[in-house]
Design a binder for this molecule. Structure first.
Ligand code: ATP
Length: 291
């Protein structure tokens, strides 16, 4: 059996750090939004008891460190499955970008294998399984828009964005999520998001209110090290984005436009400098099985 899936990326409309767990994990409050930028994944069942990962993208590991390998291995062990899978990944989501590309790929493999091996797991059961692979995996399974709390795993579905255009721009630099959190000093963060107020704006479909008030506490850490983040944000605003911010721990910057033409103009200009620039729509779902 062969199954094809669309594995979607996310952006964060806000990130706040509200504490630290005893094990060192940061406790967060984030507004997550799926976007219609996706990787294509094909999973094929094979007779041998093996997990084979293939991808034409040079930045994606093909060994056991690939989150898709970990997801398949987890399912095989848990359900004592003795056949294997060949997984092919076509990457469109920039790698190590703050858009949960890897987490989404892991989520897609869980959803795909649930289908291939007739495991009949409900979405919440898949999400529980996904949490052991990474804090963002449960959200990637559910998709749409959500308030994420805890270490990112406590999810409350929210309405999400609809009629907007989101410009994604990833500069060609490498940012380590771990380093960003290590260098975060909350006493030095000047502005924190008012998460409840942002949720109210989203609920009222007041996109201007959202865009002028969104904050990501990780932004100042990455921005300090890489001025290109502020440069892209300033350009997005110059090109008439309603608001612009860094996603996750970066380095991806996004801008929200209410007008397609303005978004397209900004894309054409930013793409001259930053190859990985995309104009996309918000997306209301999670992993999609292609029929
Ligand atoms: P997050 O927002 O969840 O932190 P990210 O978008 O910042 O994710 P990823 O694209 O998931 O970052 O990549 C982080 C690292 O994970 C990469 O440097 C890569 O070596 C490794 N990795 C493992 N599996 C994958 C995968 N399927 N796709 C991309 N990277 C992967």
């Amino acid at each position: 059996m062969v199954i094809k899936l669309k594995s979607r990326a996310k952006i964060n409309l806000s990130i706040d750090v509200v504490g630290k767990r005893e094990d060192g994990y940061h406790l967060v409050e984030m507004i997550m939004q799926s976007i219609d930028l996706y990787d294509n994944i094909q999973i094929e069942e094979i007779k041998e008891d093996k997990i084979i990962i293939q991808s034409e993208n040079k930045n994606v590991p093909l060994d056991e460190s690939n989150i898709m390998y970990k997801a398949a291995s987890l399912v095989k062990q848990k359900f004592n499955i003795k056949t294997g899978v060949k997984i092919n990944l076509h990457k469109n989501i920039p790698v190590a970008a703050g858009m949960a590309g890897g987490s989404s790929n892991g989520a897609a493999v869980l959803v795909g294998l649930n289908n291939i091996w007739n495991l009949n797991l409900r979405e919440d059961e898949l999400m529980d399984l996904g949490l052991s692979l990474g804090a963002d995996v449960p959200f990637c399974i559910m998709g749409g828009a959500a308030l994420a709390q805890g270490i990112g795993e406590k999810l409350t579905k929210i309405k999400g964005l609809k009629d907007t255009h989101i410009l994604i721009c990833k500069p060609n630099i490498f940012v380590s999520t771990k380093d960003v959190y290590t260098n975060l000093d909350m006493s030095k963060v000047r502005k924190r998001p008012d998460t409840q107020m942002l949720l109210d704006y989203i609920n009222k479909e007041d996109i201007k209110g959202l865009c002028t008030n969104m904050e990501n506490v990780l932004e100042s850490v990455t921005e300090k090290k890489y001025p290109v983040i502020s440069e892209i944000k300033n350009k997005m605003i110059k090109y008439k984005a309603l608001g612009s911010m860094m996603s996750g721990s970066g380095p991806t910057v996004f801008g929200i436009f209410d007008d397609y033409e303005k978004g397209q103009y900004a894309k054409e200009n930013l793409k001259l400098i930053h190859e990985e620039t995309y104009l996309v729509k918000p997306y209301g779902g999670g992993i999609e099985i292609e029929r």
